[in-house]
Design a protein around this ligand. Structure first.
Ligand SMILES: [Zn+2]
Length: 285
């Protein structure tokens, strides 16, 4: 069975970029005679609100999207994420980190300039430490993790449009070390992370194709590594183009792009939206 998911975060109103993405997922699901699943990614309890969750349901209803099972909510699945992190501990690829943001930027100032790490890569300060208090995050020791996996198994199939063929993308260990480093897999506050929750839920929901924006293309490299470490199947991926505002900025809630609600309330119809988003060429036939 072909399963896809739409996984919004209830941190604000959905905008036209979300409409584009959700319709692509829906069209792709229909084309493959699959099921459309809805997942509410509400891990960040400081930013997520129930009222935004309600407006997600309303917006999807207006778009004519019907989900095939009861939506799942990540905030109710922390035990699954904890289990996955325990598995990584058992494999010896996790360690505690007590650094604050300030500590990390300070470590960089003292860092050997010859090292080819980019400034947002954690320099590994806490790797050798033994930490005996509760205020820590958990990081993946990326080098140790890679050692456990046959590099031939690090790849995924990807495409950018519904009607184009998949191509194989290799995930090189060097890229993982250079572009990701020892990524946080459990934050101090929520004891899990976006990366862990996504791979756990994609596996639990038996997602066979992940359709999402190209802005997450690079994250997929790290997700493939996590899937291998956790013995999960790697789904196929469609990373679609990102819609841009007239001024060239990515559509997002932060820059106040048109919300779908505003669009709806202006009296526009779904057909107007499909035309506006140039979705016709992506619609299943
Ligand atoms: Zn640290």
């Amino acid at each position: 069975m072909h399963y896809e998911r739409f996984a919004p975060s209830p941190t604000g109103k959905l905008h036209l970029g979300h409409a584009f993405s959700s319709l692509l997922v829906y069209n792709s699901t229909k084309k493959n005679n699959g099921k459309f699943l809805l997942r509410i990614e509400d891990l960040d309890f400081q930013r997520c609100r129930r009222e935004f969750e309600e407006s997600i349901f309303e917006d999807l209803n207006w778009l004519g999207i019907k989900w095939d099972k009861k939506p799942i909510r990540q905030s109710q699945r922390f035990n699954l994420y904890t289990d996955a992190i325990k598995t990584l501990w058992k494999k010896g690829v996790a360690y505690k980190c007590e650094c604050t943001r300030k500590d990390i930027s300070k470590a960089f100032q003292n860092f050997d300039e010859n090292q080819s790490l980019s400034p947002d890569i954690y320099p590994g300060t806490c790797r050798p430490k033994s930490i005996n208090h509760d205020n820590f995050s958990v990081r993946l020791d990326i080098r140790k993790a890679i050692e456990l996996i046959d590099s031939k198994d690090l790849f995924f199939f990807n495409k950018s449009e519904i009607n184009t063929p998949f191509e194989k993308i290799n995930v090189s260990p060097e890229t993982l070390i250079k572009d990701f480093g020892d990524v946080v897999i459990a934050r101090k506050d929520i004891k899990t992370s976006y990366h862990i929750a996504v791979v756990v839920d994609d596996s639990a929901q038996k997602i066979s194709q992940v359709t999402r924006g190209y802005d997450l293309f690079k994250s997929t490299f790290f997700h493939v590594l996590l899937q291998k470490l956790l013995n999960f199947k790697t789904p196929k991926y469609m990373h679609h183009k990102i819609l841009y505002d007239d001024d060239g900025k990515k559509l997002s809630k932060r820059i106040g792009s048109t919300s779908l609600e505003t669009f709806r309330n202006s009296g526009a119809k779904k057909e107007d939206l499909v035309k506006l988003l140039n979705l016709n060429q992506n619609v299943w036939s």
